[in-house]
Design a binder for this molecule. Structure first.
Ligand code: GTP
Ligand code: MG
Length: 434
């Protein structure tokens, strides 16, 4: 028997003896006694059972289509769900998690509901909150994976594993809201379409309605979940069930006595619709496919297809890639280094641009200031000139006034002298007359 780790001796062996049977990776060897690794599947089962399972269902459908009732019927319990109001301005996503146990198997079930779906006049963005919710769960998982200290073991995986899309039992065709929503979601989640309240539609109409729905989905390129046919044990069952899609379901919280058994049913004045009667509806088919046969595949598909796509797009968006443009493999380290350099260059370029802008601004400001200084100088010169001119005029006026004053004083003096002479003359004349 060859021991693991004794790689060289195995390789030498392989060179001397061509590998028997298996395709090149290793040699088939006979064991000469019981080793025990045939218990690996049991070990896995025990481990999984110990850990418990998480399953997350998203129910999309117009208000009052029977989403909560179907969940109660599927899991044979009563989840506390309140009826949604019809007047919400937008679609809301509400999520509740429950711990269920059957035998010794624990299931952490999350039921995500759309509240107010289809109630708005403008339904254009009705899918948006749903897409955001699905992406958010992918993002949380990716962030956990990217952490240096990951705790994937105890991590509550909230990624949506299946979307039950409730179609109104109109008997006509899908509404454009249904097509748009399913188209937006088909690359993010496993969609299983169901015809809600199928007891309200006649058998022949239901048959035509199913065909119509499937042809509309195909012609609009909507990819719904196909039950896998690669596992031989379930291939036949699954391929038959693929032909029954979309399942016409009936839900009920009531139990009715049929013979000596209590069964889930809806009672009408004209008869009883038994939920678990395959002649009445496809509820059993849905439960079989969703819970009993393909739950694990739904979880796996979510991880390997939908999450993988999200992860790839997200990492590419962040600049990571597996191969360089020249098709050579590129490591995370190299990508990181290249991104760092790119970032540094970008920063440098931004810094240069800012510096240039700063220099231009400073120059502009400088020339503005110079211009203002020049203007101020010109105004100062003008004022100075005006002032000198005014002073000159004033001096001239003063000189004229002084001349006038002098002239006046002279005149005054002359007049006084004349008056004196006159009085003297008059005095002499008077004496003579006496
Ligand atoms: P919201 O949460 O308010 O959006 O409603 P919902 O989609 O959860 O519907 P819910 O399960 O509350 O059911 C609404 C009504 O439809 C209730 O009166 C149910 O009894 C009835 N109902 C549920 N399932 C069926 C069904 O399969 N057939 C018929 N005829 N009625 C159903
Ligand atoms: Mg509800």
């Amino acid at each position: 028997m060859t021991m693991e780790g004794d790689q060289n001796s195995v390789e030498t062996n392989q060179n001397s003896h061509p590998p028997a049977g298996a395709g090149g990776d290793g040699r088939n060897l006979e064991l000469s006694g019981h080793v025990g690794f045939d218990s690996l599947p049991d070990q896995l089962v025990n481990k999984s059972v110990g850990q418990g399972f998480a399953f997350n269902i998203l129910c999309i459908g117009e208000t009052g289509l029977g989403k909560s009732t179907l969940m109660d019927t599927l899991f044979n319990t009563a989840f506390e769900a309140e009826a949604a109001p019809h007047d919400l301005p937008g679609v809301k996503v509400s999520s509740s998690t429950y711990e269920l146990q059957e035998s010794n198997v624990k299931l952490k079930l999350t039921v995500v509901n759309t509240v107010g779906f289809g109630d708005q006049i403008n339904k254009e963005d009705s899918y948006q909150p749903i897409v955001e919710h699905i992406d958010k769960q992918f993002e949380n998982f990716l962030q956990e994976e990217l952490k240096i200290k990951r705790s994937m073991h105890g991590y509550h995986d909230s990624r949506i594993h299946v979307c039950l899309y409730f179609i109104a039992p109109t008997g006509h065709s899908l509404k454009s809201l249904d097509l748009v929503t399913m188209k937006k979601l088909d690359s993010k989640v496993n969609i299983i379409p169901v015809i809600a309240k199928a007891d309200t539609i006649s058998k022949s109409e239901l048959h035509k309605f199913k065909i119509k729905i499937m042809s509309e989905l195909v012609s609009n390129g909507v990819q719904i979940y196909q039950f896998p046919t690669d596992d031989e044990t379930v291939a036949d069952l699954n391929s038959t069930m693929n032909g029954h899609l979309p399942f016409a379901v009936v839900g009920s919280t009531e139990e009715v006595k049929m013979g000596n058994k209590m069964v889930r049913a809806r009672q009408y004045p004209w008869g009883v619709v038994q939920v678990e009667n395959e002649n009445h509806c496809d509820f059993v088919k849905l439960r079989e496919m969703l819970i009993r046969t393909n739950m694990e595949d739904l979880i796996e598909q979510t991880h390997t297809r939908h999450y993988e796509l999200y992860r790839r797009c997200k990492l590419e968006e962040m600049g990571f890639m597996d191969t360089a443009p020249d098709n050579k493999p590129i490591s995370l380290q190299e990508t990181y280094e290249a991104k760092r350099q790119e970032h540094i260059q970008e920063l440098q370029q931004k810094e240069d641009e800012m510096r240039q802008v700063f220099v231009v601004r400073v120059k502009e400001k400088e020339s503005q200031l110079k211009h203002m200084e020049k203007e101020l100088h010109e105004r100062f010169d003008k004022l100075k000139k005006d002032h000198t001119e005014e002073k000159k005029q004033l001096d001239e006026k003063r000189r004229q006034l002084e001349e006038e004053i002098n002239f006046f004083n002279k005149k005054k003096q002359t007049a006084a002298e004349e008056a004196m002479q006159h009085s003297q003359t008059m005095g002499k004349k008077g004496k003579k007359d006496k």
